[in-house]
Ligand binder design. Structure first.
Ligand code: NAD
Length: 499
């Protein structure tokens, strides 16, 4: 058992609220740690100290702030294995997948190393006679990041790296289910030269989140999590005059055209459907083959692959494809959805409900599950399952497949597998989803682009990381300047002959 603490003013600080949450080892089902749940007073005290620290940090020139990111990036690389271990221990994902979690966050830190370039303003010379206009980007002050359990390194890094690079202080409220990685990142940032108080890690649940939303000093809130909470946070933050970007849940489809390479499509569905036990906001949970023949052939390709999947604890190393779900409650919820799918008439081709891991009988494991003949009215289709369950919805035509995707309430990611450029182009142009993959299953954009879904997958108007993050974490100030005649008119500057 270990006790996790808050990170306040550059040091570990025990919680004072008297409330804690259990942190499980999902592979064994055992409670391995406790995490403090901050009271509103603890949140407010952390914010007040962050506001003091932010003044000096904002006055530190941008290239010095960027140098902290350079050192931070180096330290993340040096500590990659330890960070990945901390993730796997609390989340349950495999070590290679946990390293990917760190890597995709590190890439945003790398972009922040060039932060000064992103913070340059704009200038119009002679906008009117003798009048210049210039705009500058200034930090918001204190901002907050509220993050989900499923990417304990990547999403905190997506939040804190741009926010700090822009000169803000941040209150990071990581998921109470996977809190340790954020503490390690805070320690590495201190080692990289971040002044104390500029990043405060405050653990907690709804009480801490509500305190963040109601705190008048906090100017901006970046949230990632489930859709109902994203919508709630967006509304309450906006009511309190804060800017907010809140990213929610997903239901990602992969459309398979009759001309697609079906082996490649099946491989893509396997990794994107079952990787990290399906606990990814960019997981593909719906396969949409076009035409009965494509659907039948795709199932033929998928079945042996699904049956060969290896489920187990992260400690089994490279021999495991995916691990347990995050909690017993999450596993039971997914099991319930599988029951419901059977009840509603979907064809259950692979059933993971009775999966037992020898030696880990109390772990939160579920085996891979595959449904065929799922229809849009079924609960298994309507809900974000967030488990190792892939549903096949058969479409009669390309237009029917596109309509299915368009009518889904979520719009995070989508993919199409085809050999035809015209179809792919039409799909990318028309689909109402924020991130599109063409023969690419999980289209998480690179860190110098931006990440964000449409429809109920995101609330707010700017995406995460890339140029949008620098806009989100700064305010624009525009100056219109005119100088009346000065020394140049009064002085004698010409080289003249002396009479
Ligand atoms: P969650 O919504 O339960 O929790 C997210 C954060 O909100 C946590 O920090 C949690 O403590 C806090 N929270 C939970 N309930 C709250 C409440 N009632 N009031 C205030 N705060 C509350 O999400 P999760 O289970 O940790 O993560 C999984 C979800 O996140 C999935 O829906 C997944 O699709 C989504 N997700 C989205 C993205 C994206 O970029 N769109 C990325 C990763 C995960």
């Amino acid at each position: 058992m270990y006790e996790i603490k808050h990170w306040i003013d550059g040091a570990q600080v025990a919680g004072g609220s008297g409330r804690t949450a259990d942190v499980f080892n999902p592979a064994t089902g055992e409670v391995q740690a406790t995490v403090p749940l901050a009271s509103a007073d603890e949140v407010n005290a952390a914010v007040a100290k962050a506001a003091e620290a932010q003044k000096g940090w904002a006055a530190t020139n941008p290239q010095r702030r960027a140098r902290v990111m350079m050192k931070f990036g180096q330290l993340i690389n040096e500590n990659m294995d330890a960070l990945a271990e901390a993730i796997s221990r609390e989340h349950g994902k495999t070590l290679p997948d946990a390293r990917g979690d760190v890597q995709r966050g590190l890439e945003v830190v790398e972009v922040c190393m060039g932060g000064p370039h992103m913070l340059k303003g704009e200038f119009t010379d002679d906008g009117g006679s003798g009048i210049d206009l210039y705009s500058m980007r200034q930090p918001l002050g204190v901002v907050a990041g509220i993050t989900p359990f499923n990417f304990p390194a990547m999403i905190p890094l997506w939040k804190l790296a741009p926010a700090l690079t822009c000169g803000n202080a941040m209150i990071l409220k990581p998921s109470e289910r996977t809190p340790s990685c954020s503490m390690m990142l805070a320690e590495l940032l201190k080692e990289a030269g971040l002044p104390d108080g500029v990043l405060q890690v405050v653990h907690g649940d709804k009480e801490a989140v509500d305190a963040i939303l109601d705190n008048e000093t906090i100017q901006g809130v970046g949230f990632v999590g489930s859709t109902p909470i994203a919508q709630y946070i967006y509304g309450r933050a906006a009511t309190n005059g804060k800017r907010a970007q809140c990213f929610g849940g997903a239901k990602n489809h992969l459309v398979v055209m009759p001309d697609a390479d079906l082996d490649k499509a099946a491989d893509a569905l396997l990794g994107a459907g079952y990787g990290a036990a399906g606990e990814r906001c960019m997981a593909v949970s719906v396969a949409v083959p076009v035409g009965e023949e494509t659907a039948d052939r795709l199932i033929e390709k998928l079945m042996p692959r699904v049956e060969a999947l290896r489920v187990g604890p992260y400690t089994a190393g490279e021999d495991v494809d995916f691990g347990p779900l995050i909690t017993g409650a999450a596993r039971d919820r997914v099991k319930g959805l599988i029951d419901k799918g059977v009840e509603e008439g979907a064809t259950l081709l692979a059933d993971g409900r009775d999966f037992r891991m020898q030696g880990y009988e109390s772990g939160f494991f579920l085996g891979p599950t595959l449904f065929d003949n799922v229809t849009p009215d079924m609960e298994i289709y309507r809900q974000e399952v967030f488990g190792p369950v892939l549903s096949q919805v058969r479409a009669a035509s390309y237009e029917e497949a596109l309509k299915l995707v368009m009518e889904n309430e979520y719009g995070n990611g989508v993919a199409i597998y085809t050999g035809d450029g015209d179809t792919a182009r039409d799909f990318a142009h028309r689909v109402n989803v924020g991130m599109v993959g063409i023969n690419f299953p999980i289209p998480v954009p690179l860190s110098y682009h931006t990440f964000g879904g449409w429809k109920k997958s995101a609330f707010g108007d700017l995406n995460q990381y890339g140029p949008d993050a620098f806009r989100f974490y700064t305010k624009t100030k525009t100056v219109t300047a005119r100088w009346f005649s000065g020394i140049k008119d009064g002085g004698e500057f010409n080289f003249k002959a002396i009479d």
